[in-house]
Design a protein around this ligand. Sequence first.
Ligand code: GBH
Length: 457
Amino acid sequence: MTTLRFPTEFVWGVATSSYQIEGAALEDGRGESIWDRFSKTPGKVRDGTNGDVACDHYHRFREDIALMKGLGIRHYRFSVAWPRILPEGRGKVNQAGLDFYSRLVDALLEAGIEPFVTLYHWDLPQVLQDEGGWAKRSTAEAFAEYAGVVAKSLGNRVKKWITHNEPWCASILSHHLGIHAPGLKDYRTALAASHHLLLSHGLAVPLIRAASPGAEVGITLNLTPSEPASPSAADHDAARHFDGHFNRWFLDPLFGRRYPVDIIADYVAAGHLPPEGLTVVQPGDFETIAVKCDFLGINYYNRTVLRSDKVPEAQNEPRQVFLAPEKEWTEMGWEVHPNGLRDTLLRVHLDYRPRKIYVTENGASYSTPPGADGRVKDEQRLAFLREHFAAAHRAMEAGVPLAGYFVWSLMDNFEWDRGYSQRFGIVWVDYKTQQRIPKDSALWYRGVIAENAVQVP
Ligand code: GBH
């Protein structure tokens, strides 16, 4: 046994998001979001479910806070549902929506839990989608308005802000791959959306700072190490492209560069962009996007191994393949690869030098049910977390300014296009009774937090 100690001020937390846990979709003046519309469109969510009830957290938040407190959790990342605050996307403020988050924040602070608030975790008001959504510049302006309203209401008590969660998902996965709401399949629209998401971050940051003096403000990206499946030049090129479109496309402009020229060239060559490139960019946008932030949030789940379709022997294989079949896989079909977290943290630190980094999400889907004794023995999740904590520790030893780590997720919840079939929680949720049961991983995590250390075999 080795004991890995973490720095005194290290932030150990758990994360959730509004649409995945709140339920109460039609209450207190909440407007429709693109996820309500999408999940109720037949065929979009694998088990045909939606977030109407989810974990009923909207009504049970005091119980959930007590649960966190009992687990020794002192930092909680959650998101605000834009359609609760501005049901029409902009303009008229719904006070009942603000009041909910105000009660939530007060109850957290009273329990000694610091809130980390994400402003956008994918639940865009449907009315804005009807106007063109993130493909339209006006949505970036509406987001800034929304961010200002929330920051004015909570900014005296909330001192950690995240503008966006995973803009790659909010643009490419949802507007090009069509897997998430709004379910479009158009690369040009997706790229316009990516630019307006980044722009909206830049517009919002100064408004949040003004309304929340002394706050730390940042953005969360989902990042993945992108590795060639073989030493062939073609596989290297596939890995370069994947890294560029997934990681650098967002990192570069946030840290003062332009969109990567190799990826623009790839998009033009593929017909995803016209020869003039990304025409939605206006003068001054890059300066707006590159606003100085206090931290970068990183969500890490897995690495990506690329095999080019130009390698002859690979022609019948999928474009993304995974090596090392002896490795473990989670129920999402994602490879367990802890060193990818260390690699990602080091790469971001060396290439971009953010002032501070938080791992804002990391976790695993295993559906281990409660046993006859009522215990949930989720050994695989426990091992997954332990190995990833150790990988983060190795990154810190190598100099990465990692300030904290949020486990995804506090509790089982609505896993987007997979519905309720995937369970990421360290707390079990019985969706019939809404009973919560801390899994073994949660009890173990309580020990990690208490010791501020991880024991590894
Ligand atoms: C996070 O997304 C979300 O923030 C969270 O809400 C969610 O519940 C959690 O993870 C678990 O899924 O191989 O090209 O299809 C993670 C999003 C999913 C993004 C996998 C990359 C694979 C890209 N990631 N995805 S691709």
